[in-house]
Design a protein around this ligand. Structure first.
Ligand code: GDP
Ligand code: MG
Length: 437
């Protein structure tokens, strides 16, 4: 399944000391393949893999976690955000609140209707009632009655009436007269999207103006689930999605794609046939589940915090000893890029604004600066004084820049280290910047 495949993708990174362009590109390709295999729509899979790649490349190499773990964390966060970020509550406005359940036959509408009423009664202190508006199959009406008895919820039905609009209306009237505060209307589906079904459910919507329309979809139907969701949404403009049968050997693709395609939140997931097998949908938990690695995520979060502190401490020491070098410079650039515009930030430091006025600092400049530093040897980075005329030519050529540009960088570096010495022990740049709003 998807978890295993992503796992395999992360294994590419296992044993590798650090994140590099090569292993990131490889892993990102694996992630894309895993998502495609899991029935995620091509465009979404591609965007997703690209965005993980970009985020991974922008990360510093943490000493206490492996690149694989860091990648997992990034993928986790991306997955969660792809699925909507936060959980979205069901809307229970109205007296009674009316919830219309739509979806294909066999998707799990009747089962979900029972589960939802049970959930609202037990967890939300509501007094819900069910309406059996599936007029085509008498067995479906009986099915809802059986469930209702099981969970002690009243079910309204009328086997003589073949008009779902009338049944829905009568059900709501009945609920009002008996003081129910939520009405859940279970409707008929078809095996595939068809015009008659859409007309029928649209007519019910029109007639009763529900507080909430929930679209129920079988997560095992893969890419079809996404197309079905789109068809129902185009016609009904529903409020939320219910993903059923997530307990089976489900390919997680549907959950990932639906949100992006219809831009509606997934609100519940069904995880079994029993009335209790219903979960509120939490994107973060779902991402945990897909990755099966909840621990790794928090581990990486902790390591990241420590990393910043440890770096600041080391830098502090180096400045004190007057050992600030190009590696630190590179780190500072990374930190600054994380925080935003350097010039604005630096300008807020008393006495610094003037010193950097002539420094050319923007994102493009960063790119060149980074390229130049990357073209230096480790020794040159630690002892910039070594960089003489011939070395300058080599570095400029290696980084695709010019000697003038490199000269400027060396000058900037010189000014920066001077400035840092001026700022002294107590106020190192990283610390000050971290404390800024
Ligand atoms: P409807 O035609 O949309 O009303 O679908 P039903 O509610 O009758 O469900 C169809 C079948 O799927 C039934 O056998 C249900 O027991 C089963 N089902 C529904 N939801 C789930 C679920 O979350 N997990 C599993 N494993 N089965 C489910
Ligand atoms: Mg049904």
């Amino acid at each position: 399944n998807l978890s295993d495949k992503l796992d395999r993708a992360f294994k590419v990174l296992k044993g590798q000391g650090q994140i590099s362009e090569v292993n990131v590109a490889e892993t990102s390709k694996e992630i894309r393949r895993a998502l495609l295999d899991a029935d995620v729509n091509y465009k979404i899979a591609k965007n997703f893999a690209d965005s993980v790649k970009e985020k991974a490349l922008g990360q510093d190499v943490l000493t206490s976690v492996s690149p694989g773990q860091l990648f997992t964390k990034i993928t986790h966060d991306e997955l969660a955000s792809l699925m909507g970020g936060e959980s979205t509550d069901i809307n229970l406005k109205g007296s009674p609140a009316v919830i219309l359940i739509a979806g294909l036959q066999g998707s799990g509408k009747t089962t979900f209707s029972g589960k939802l009423s049970n959930y609202l009664k037990k967890k939300k202190g509501k007094n819900p009632m069910l309406v059996a508006a599936d007029v085509y199959r008498p067995a479906a009406i009986d099915q809802l009655h059986v469930l209702g008895e099981q969970i002690n919820i009243e079910v309204y039905s009328d086997k003589e009436n073949k008009n779902p609009v009338e049944i829905a209306k009568a059900g709501i009237t009945h609920a009002k007269s008996k003081g129910f505060d939520v009405v859940i209307i279970d409707t008929a589906g078809r095996l595939a999207v068809d015009e008659q079904m859409m007309n029928e459910i649209a007519a019910v919507k029109q007639a009763i103006n529900p507080s909430e329309i929930l679209f129920v979809v079988d997560s095992m139907t893969g890419q079809d689930a996404v197309n079905t969701a789109k068809a129902f949404n185009d016609r009904l403009d529903f409020d939320g999605v219910v993903l059923t049968k997530l307990d089976g050997d489900t390919r997680g693709g549907a959950a990932l794609s639906i949100r992006s395609v219809v831009d509606k939140p997934i609100k519940f997931v069904g995880t079994g046939e029993k009335m209790e097998a219903l979960d509120v949908f939490y994107p973060k938990r779902m991402a945990d589940r897909i990755l099966g690695m909840g621990d790794v995520v928090s581990l990486v979060e902790r390591a990241q915090e420590q990393y910043d502190e440890e770096k600041a401490r080391k830098l502090h020491k180096k400045i004190a000893k007057n050992q600030f070098d190009f590696n630190d410079f590179l780190d500072q650039i990374a930190q600054i890029k994380k925080m935003g515009n350097m010039k604005d930030l630096m300008g807020m430091i008393p006495g610094v604004g003037k010193a950097i006025k002539n420094m050319d600092i923007d994102d493009d400049a960063f790119k060149h600066i980074e390229a130049m530093i990357h073209s230096m040897t480790p020794q040159e980075r630690e002892q910039p004084k070594l960089i003489d005329g011939s070395r300058r030519k080599r570095i400029a050529a290696g980084s695709g820049t010019s000697v003038q540009e490199l000269n400027k960088l060396l000058k900037q570096f010189d000014e920066t280290s001077k400035m840092m010495r001026l700022m002294g022990n107590k106020q190192n740049m990283a610390k000050m910047m971290r404390n800024m709003p």
